[in-house]
Design a protein around this ligand. Structure first.
Ligand SMILES: NC(=O)C1=CN([C@@H]2O[C@H](COP(=O)(O)OP(=O)(O)OC[C@H]3O[C@@H](n4cnc5c(N)ncnc54)[C@H](OP(=O)(O)O)[C@@H]3O)[C@@H](O)[C@H]2O)C=CC1
Ligand SMILES: O=C(CO)COP(=O)(O)O
Length: 342
């Protein structure tokens, strides 16, 4: 069945997901806040800043008018950076109130909000409420826009408390190169998605410093252990961390040259200042903000997250990277599973 979908955010992931939906026969309008980008997408069918060299279908329509984008949309897909999710949700709420519409809301972003430490579905629920949103589905997993755009094989998860809504999203996105699984553990899926970006900065740092594969495997494994510890404290299933949105996304983000988070870490490890890394990247590096939100959350909730803390210290307290690594290596000896040694 053809769905009418508004995609909010025309960066690398939003424009790629819009493209997948068009290939799957849906009717898509892509919302961007930049006039020049909308014109480029509509006239040249390109998005050179975010997806250089990629040609979009002529069926893809872009607009800077949010009301036009969502006017008759059955579903609204958020793919904006976490930091602007709340402001875009507020704008959407005003528009939906005038249109008297209540679409299914999907999001494909990965992060925690600074200050509130909230997950993206929590922000959307708070701002849109049941009045303007008929359900929330999270789309997450190991997926780089650059690979999905060239139809490489990708498997991701659609998570929702409402499994029928997750199945609807599964059907919308499934094709011969993109396979979707469902999961009802929205807490686990969003927590894994947000934290893997922080750990990926750490993996990039190790690479930039010249550490080997043992160190990277150690970071990923113990990083996943602390993410799962935090997620489970908020009700997530431990099994979710073994899935696509957990270990799957952690592997891809900690090992892929496409990852902005990994590349950020690599450059930090090579000695480039953070400000310069951010300026040169020109795309969102979600792990930077999430490292702060995650550190604050773990401190407030008294959950031990030493790797997250070390990465936070490097990013926010100008800590010496080698001293942070030394600190991690000289912590008290522990049992792998239960923590403290008896
Ligand atoms: N890229 C990928 O492969 C994947 C990304 N993700 C996640 O998707 C989310 C988006 O990432 P991605 O597309 O890569 O990011 P990009 O940096 O490529 O693009 C972000 C886009 O959001 C736009 N934007 C910023 N603020 C607003 C606003 N107020 N209103 C409307 N649009 C706005 C930006 O516009 P402007 O040009 O004006 O800044 C830009 O077009 C992130 O959470 C990321 O973790 C998830 C899976 C894969
Ligand atoms: O989420 C992603 C891969 O699954 C994209 O990661 P980056 O934001 O680090 O590029």
């Amino acid at each position: 069945m053809t769905e009418k979908i508004a995609v909010l955010g025309a960066g690398s992931w939003g424009s790629t997901l819009a493209s997948v939906l068009i290939e799957n026969g849906h009717d898509v309008t892509l919302y961007t806040n930049v006039e020049k980008q909308a014109a480029e997408l509509n006239e040249k069918h390109t998005n050179e800043q975010y997806m250089p060299g990629f040609k979009y279908s002529e069926k893809l329509r872009a607009t800077t008018d949010l009301a036009e984008a969502v006017a008759d949309a059955d579903e609204v897909l958020f793919v904006v950076p976490t930091s602007v999710t709340r402001v875009v949700a507020k704008q959407l709420k005003e528009v939906l109130a005038k249109l008297n519409r209540r679409p299914l809301v999907i999001h494909a972003s990965k992060g925690l909000e600074i200050g509130t430490h909230k997950r993206i579905s929590q922000i959307l629920q708070e701002e849109l409420t049941d009045r303007y949103c008929s359900g929330i589905v999270v789309l997450s997993g190991p997926s780089h826009a650059e690979e999905v755009a060239r139809h490489d094989i990708t498997l991701i998860t659609a998570a929702s408390a409402d499994i029928k809504a997750a199945e609807k999203v599964q059907d919308m996105f499934t094709n011969d190169y993109l396979r979707i699984y469902t999961n009802d553990d929205i807490v686990g899926v969003e927590t894994g998605a947000a934290f893997k970006n922080v750990i990926a900065i750490g993996a990039g740092i190790l690479h930039g410093l010249g550490y080997g594969d043992d160190a990277k495997a150690a970071l990923m494994t113990r990083g996943l252990a602390e993410v799962a510890r935090l997620g489970m404290a908020f009700g997530a299933s431990p099994l979710t961390f073994m899935g696509l949105s957990g270990v799957g996304d952690l592997i891809v983000t900690c090992t892929s040259v496409h990852s902005r988070n990994w590349r950020c870490g690599e450059q930090l490890g090579q000695g480039k200042p953070l400000d310069q890394v951010i300026e040169d990247m020109g795309m969102v590096i979600e792990g930077i903000n999430t490292a702060k939100a995650a550190y604050d959350l773990s401190r407030d909730e008294h959950i031990e997250m030493p790797i997250t803390k070390a990465i936070y210290n490097v990013l926010y307290n100008n800590a010496d990277i080698k001293e942070e690594i030394g600190g991690l290596m000289t912590r008290d000896s522990k049992s792998e599973v239960i923590g403290k040694r008896k």
